[in-house]
Design a binder for this molecule. Structure first.
Ligand code: FES
Length: 166
């Protein structure tokens, strides 16, 4: 299964990936300049399981870990990282509910493989108003002010698409 380490403050984090005794050592030197050191055991275990090691910066936070080559970015964000603001709708790239900004462009994350996003800077709806219950992003507030929510399920995708457009 996926083991993702959220490294912070220059800390060194050791996480188990795959089989017993395998580790990934992460040394963060900066938000965009992070370095990753992988032990041979971890690499062997990950490869044995068919996994691929990846690094993302999501809403300014570094994430490292091993993903299966068939996992989508949406699956990793929702099921492995707990970023459930990005929704799953059609799961075929048609509806846009799963929209997130990847390297400055809106992407339907249900049809982007997690390995394709390796090294990417990703923005999700969680990054717009990080302090829940506090001030909303201007786009979010505009949605509220104009009763644009409808049922709300696709709101995150619409807001992130609008953000990318603007
Ligand atoms: Fe519909 Fe991704 S869930 S486009």
């Amino acid at each position: 299964s996926l083991a993702l380490a959220n490294a912070c403050g220059g800390a060194t984090v050791t996480q188990t990936v795959g089989g017993a005794g395998s580790t990934v050592t992460v040394t963060k030197t900066g938000a965009a300049g992070a370095t990753v050191t992988v032990t041979q055991a971890a690499e062997a275990a990950a490869l044995a399981n068919g996994a691929v090691l990846v690094h993302y910066i999501i809403n300014g936070v570094d994430y490292y870990g091993a993903v299966q080559p068939y996992w989508t970015l949406l699956y990793v964000m929702r099921e492995k990282l707990g970023l459930i603001g990005t929704k799953k709708g059609c799961d075929t790239g048609d509806c846009g509910v799963c929209g997130a900004i990847v390297n400055g462009r809106i992407v339907n994350t249900c049809i982007m493989l997690a390995v394709e996003a390796d090294g990417a800077n990703i923005e999700t709806v969680e990054g717009l108003a990080p302090k829940i219950g506090k001030e909303l992003d201007k786009l979010q507030q505009s949605w509220v002010d104009n009763d644009a929510l409808q049922c709300g399920f696709c709101t995150a995708g619409m807001i992130m698409t609008a953000k990318a457009l603007l």
